[in-house]
Design a protein around this ligand. Structure first.
Ligand code: 3PG
Length: 306
């Protein structure tokens, strides 16, 4: 009987766990849970004898993969898989997958939660602005970016997007203006929302010069990854440009400095909330469970990322 570990430092909703267990029950697999763990040693211990594993932003590095002697597949229930050491997984002959799109609407809705909070001056009672008529720049037009565009239309925003890997005509086909570069996107928009993955190419790419191109009163919103931000550059810029706001769902390393220096212009959620909805947990968790059964039973490798 296959044994599956659900290792989630930030647990799924109860309804999602129930749905995941139903998938594995039907397949005749055993499920073990490791939720809200605080020490890596707990994960190292839990992976020892499992055949498969579902994770979220949980870090699966070479040490974890070394300890997982029986592991055949790890599925990141979500989009970004920068938390998995893919080279180590491949070296161990372990398949890594993600569940693209499954939590995209949840993340996209949070963008607008952050934006309304931001343009209404963090609900401090003073007069703010509206989103209608403002120009929103979407950096990377993947599943989340597309959902952001869909919702932005409802707010009556002008929308532009740039994606190094998505052709301009595919962006235009979604009713969104295609910017020629990320520089142009920042230059021409009031708000830029980040939806790029954390890769060697994107790390610290959102820097002093780029964000400095934003129009007066500009807002940068980040529901992607903290690693894409050049934190020192952004701090320097926000010191010089008192008109800029930074709203993020991923606490920067320099959270305390941002909070102290930029009250009313900086907000970070206490814990990453983008995919924290029952719907996103159900969608991503059950997709992950089905992908594990599909792989172990039928050898299906759709959504393999290594
Ligand atoms: C993702 O990459 O899918 C999101 O960042 C969600 O991450 P989470 O599962 O840790 O909430």
């Amino acid at each position: 009987m296959a044994k599956v570990l659900i290792a989630t430092e930030k647990p799924f909703s109860g309804v999602a766990v129930k749905g995941i267990k139903e998938v594995f029950d039907a397949a005749g697999y055993e499920v073990v849970m490791l939720e809200k763990y605080t020490e890596k040693s707990q994960l190292l211990n839990a992976v020892k004898d499992v055949d498969a594993m579902i994770i979220r932003s949980d870090k699966v590095d070479a040490e974890v993969l070394d300890a997982a002697k029986q592991l055949k597949i790890v599925v990141r229930a979500g989009a970004g898989y920068d938390n998995i050491d893919l080279a180590a997984a491949t070296a161990h002959n372990i398949v890594a997958m993600n569940t693209p799109g499954q939590n995209a609407n949840s993340v996209a809705e949070l963008v607008f939660g952050l934006l309304v909070f931001g343009v209404r001056n963090f609900f401090n009672g003073t007069s703010g602005t509206e989103l209608k008529g403002k120009k929103l720049g979407i950096l990377a037009f993947g599943n989340v970016g597309r959902n952001v565009a869909r919702i932005a239309k409802g707010f009556g925003m002008e929308i532009a997007a740039y994606d190094a890997y998505c052709p301009a005509d595919a962006i235009e086909a979604a009713g969104v203006t295609a910017a020629k570069s990320q520089e142009e996107l920042f230059e021409t928009c009031d708000i830029v929302s980040l939806h790029i993955p954390a890769t060697p190419e994107t790390k610290q790419s959102i820097n002093y010069v780029l964000v400095g191109k934003l129009k007066k009163g500009g807002i940068l919103v980040n529901t992607a990854r903290k690693e894409v931000i050049d934190e020192a550059g952004l701090i320097k810029l926000m010191e010089e440009r008192k008109d800029l706001k930074y709203l993020t769902d991923i606490k920067p390393d320099a959270d305390a400095e941002f909070a102290e220096k930029f009250p009313g212009r900086y907000f970070a959620t206490p814990k990453k909330m983008g995919a924290q909805t029952a719907e996103a947990n159900v969608n991503a968790g059950i997709a992950a469970a089905n992908q594990i059964v599909g792989f172990l039973r039928d050898g299906i490798t759709k959504f393999k990322v290594n």
